[in-house]
Design a binder for this molecule. Structure first.
Ligand code: C2E
Ligand code: MG
Ligand code: MG
Length: 742
């Protein structure tokens, strides 16, 4: 037993010598020194005794039979227990070679024979004291390493003079790196940090090198095995008398478990166990954030309060566990129908958020950010209600449940979260009163507006099937000779009840509900067929212009649609001009320019509509294969006397000339405008001065084509010819088209 372990007990020495007399003398001397003694007569005995009694020191003779002193020393050092036990070798006085061999074999010290007895006593005490100190240090190091391991606390040190880093074993274990691969410099250390956290680490180190106080930071540590651990790092600096930094000391602690626990606690506090959705507390917090953001962005947001209709019935008949299962399914269905709602989506970090929460019982809530129009919220509500049209299967039973939804709009219906939620709740009760399975806005005005808008959308959807669209054509002429050089096809909606509806009043709606793709396709087909028909009837061959919505360019297959249409109508591509607006060109360079190039390669003419109202960037004018630019009618309107417009038109003409683009002025209504434009060098024009958009039959005459039999349909006439119908349309539509006006 060692003295260290036994505390107060006297140290134990193992005396190994083949000479019993010498052993006896040594024993007597050691006893006097207060040391207990065990004896062994040779090396083999010594090893056996060592294992059994674990002495605090070994006195070892060199020359012995069987196993000599060197071999015994080496064998002792090979034992785990013998690694630190002091071994004092007894060698011949002038035997220098033996002394060297003794140290090589691992001896702690040597004492020459014949033994100087007083010296033996001093040497022994000295060795035992040193050994105790070494043992204590080792034990405390082990304790430190153990507690660092338990705390998962590693440490490292950066030396300013050498720029080198050294680290504790636990730091190695944390990083999962072998000692020889551990980075030796600060930049190397950074490689162990998750890339997104590196900047913060450098900032913290800079703060610490400066006059700042010790600093702490948390970051993701990239382990060699690919795992990421959350690590807390505390930095401290060591300075000299002048205040210059000598070293940075850092501790690193694995806090992954703590982080996970915090996350779990947060989850318990903010999430509902039945549906996995966030709960009311979460919702109220999120609502306040969204309101603040909506204020900053000057946008509307909507709160949809959804309550299941007669859910009690399900709880009562199928039991509560079935009720819970049903609520889980309801949650999933709300999620999937909302996620599909992309109309409100925005790209990138600025994305509009959609949040879903369970308020308790059978009440759910959906928060919509970035609501452009209140009708958008109504559309989401409608989609939600439709999602409840499918049955739910609960414990083998198919069952239906509907919902009632109340909608409140910020800022209109409430300035803060709880106010908005109350308004949405009240609107939900209104929906219940209205017979359930419907949605209601808190503000009655929004209900009307949304209803009109949705009606318009539905009617638009049917308009194609019922063949309610028609085309009018406006002549494009040479301003001096007044010769016809082209036609622009402009769509009109011949609404059975509302009369002739102009594109400004339904195209924006059609764009939002994506009907525009089908409408444009119809227009393209009709215009190409009509142009062909005029040519077949002996009419002059001129290009007809068709307006394409920006949405066309975002979808694949546009070029194929155009190619198919030209082929089906047998129209020469040179007799088709496609008009695009500037917004399209800005949207997505690659897709748009690829489409335009392919169209151009087919021989179709390309025109840039409403030029000057958008971004008017010279770079895309140069880059894209355009044939024509149309000067927006707002400039034409003010060109006489309006200095700005005249200057802008002059500039556009100059750009057009430089880039070799044809110029067309839109909206020419007066002689004064015409001569002004000619003065500026823009000769091709379009406008009421030369002809309004007019039905097919009237245009045939302009082209000199034989007019087909049958009287023109008066309903298809252009406003201005039939004022009554225009008024009818305008009376109904402003509220639909005015969008968000309060
Ligand atoms: P746009 O392509 O710039 O068409 C010119 C508009 O100016 C037409 O209005 C035309 O009737 C009007 N206009 C022509 N000359 C004069 C004039 O001298 N004075 C005044 N004040 N106005 C004149 P419209 O037909 O109401 O069409 C409005 C817009 O609707 C068009 O502007 C175009 O952007 C869009 N649009 C028309 N048809 C289609 C279509 O088939 N598809 C798509 N995507 N958009 C269309
Ligand atoms: Mg146009
Ligand atoms: Mg235009």
């Amino acid at each position: 037993m060692s003295a260290e372990a036994s505390g107060t007990q006297a140290p134990l020495a193992l005396v190994v010598d083949d000479d019993p007399a010498l052993r006896l003398l040594i024993r007597a001397k050691l006893r006097k020194e207060g040391v207990r003694v065990a004896e062994a007569g040779d090396g083999a005995e010594a090893l056996e005794a060592f294992d059994r009694i674990a002495p605090d020191i070994v006195l070892l003779d060199v020359v012995m039979p069987r196993l000599d002193g060197f071999a015994t020393c080496r064998a002792l050092r090979g034992r785990a227990q013998g690694r630190r036990t002091p071994i004092l070798m007894l060698t011949g006085l002038d035997d220098v070679e033996s002394i060297d061999r003794a140290y090589d074999a691992g001896a702690t010290d040597f004492l020459p024979k014949p033994i100087n007895w007083p010296m033996l006593g001093h040497r022994l005490r000295y060795i035992l004291r040193t050994s105790a100190a070494v043992n204590e240090l080792a034990a405390s190091q082990a304790r430190l390493a153990r507690s660092q391991r338990v705390a998962r606390l590693g440490s490292w040190e950066w030396d300013a003079a050498s720029g080198r880093v050294c680290r504790s074993d636990e730091t190695l274990a944390l990083a999962g790196v072998a000692a020889e691969r551990f980075p030796a410099t600060l930049p190397g250390l950074l490689d162990l940090v998750r890339p997104e956290d590196r900047g913060r680490i450098l900032d913290a180190a800079a703060r610490c090198l400066g006059p700042a106080a010790p600093d702490s930071i948390e970051f993701g540590l990239l382990r060699a095995d690919g795992a990421i651990r959350a690590v807390h790092c505390h930095l401290e600096r060591e300075v000299d008398e002048s205040g210059a930094v000598l070293r940075l000391h850092g501790t690193v602690q694995d806090v992954t478990e703590r982080k996970l626990a915090e996350e779990r606690i947060r989850h318990l506090a903010y999430f509902d166990a039945v549906t996995g959705l966030p709960n009311r507390s979460w919702l109220l917090e999120r609502l306040d954030q969204m309101i603040a953001r909506a204020g900053r962005r000057d946008e509307k947001m909507a709160v949809l309060f959804l309550d299941l209709d007669q859910f009690k019935r399900i709880n009562d008949t199928l039991g509560h566990s079935a009720g819970d299962a049903m609520l889980g399914q309801v949650a999933r269905r709300i999620e999937s129908s909302i996620r599909r709602e992309d109309a409100l989506g925005r790209a990138g970090a600025d994305a509009a958020e959609v949040s879903i929460a369970r308020l308790g019982g059978d009440e759910f809530c959906v928060l919509l950010e970035g609501v452009g129009r209140v009708e958008d919220a109504a559309r989401v509500a409608k989609r939600l209600l439709e999602a409840f049209g499918e049955p739910f299967t609960v414990e083998g039973f198919e069952t239906f449940v509907s919902a009632s939804i109340g909608i409140a709009i910020h800022p209109h219906d409430g300035a803060d979260g709880s106010g908005l939620l109350k308004a949405a709740d009240a609107a939900m009760y209104h929906a219940k009163e209205r017979g359930r399975n419907n949605h209601q806005f808190y503000s009655h005005a929004f209900n009307e507006r949304a209803a009109e808008r949705l009606t318009l959308e539905n009617e638009l959807r049917r308009a194609l099937e019922r063949d309610e669209f028609t085309l009018h054509y406006q002549p494009k002429v040479h301003g001096i000779t007044r010769r016809l050089v082209g036609l622009e096809a402009l769509v009109r909606w011949n609404h059975p009840a509302r009369g002739l509806v102009m594109p400004g009043q339904f195209i924006p709606v059609a764009e939002e509900c994506r009907q525009i793709l089908r409408i444009d396709e119809w227009v393209l087909g009709a215009a190409c067929r009509q142009n062909r028909a005029w040519q077949d009837a002996g009419g002059e061959a001129v290009p007809v212009s068709v307006n394409l919505s920006g949405h066309q360019f975002a979808r694949p297959g546009l070029v194929e649609v155009v190619a198919r249409t030209l082929e089906a109508s047998r129209l020469d591509p040179v007799h088709l001009t496609l008009e695009v607006t500037e917004g399209v060109l800005m949207a997505d360079h690659e897709v748009v320019s690829a489409n335009l190039r392919r169209l151009k390669a087919m021989g179709v003419r390309l025109s840039l509509d409403d030029f000057g109202t958008g971004y008017s960037s010279l770079s895309y004018l140069k880059r894209l294969p355009l044939d024509e630019i149309k000067i927006d009618q707002s400039f034409t309107r003010d060109i006489v006397g309006g200095a700005d417009s005249a200057a802008i038109v002059a500039a556009i003409v100059a750009i057009g000339r430089t880039l070799n683009l044809e110029l067309v002025a839109e909206g020419v209504e007066t002689e004064a405008q015409r001569s002004c434009l000619i003065g500026q060098g823009c000769e091709v024009m379009q406008g009421y001065l030369f002809g309004r958009p007019q039905p097919v039959e009237a245009v045939a005459g302009l082209l000199g084509a034989r007019v087909a039999a049958g009287a023109p349909d008066p309903a298809r006439d252009e406003p201005g010819y039939h004022q009554g119908q225009l008024h009818q349309a305008e009376r109904f539509l402003p509220s639909c088209a005015s969008g968000t006006a309060g």
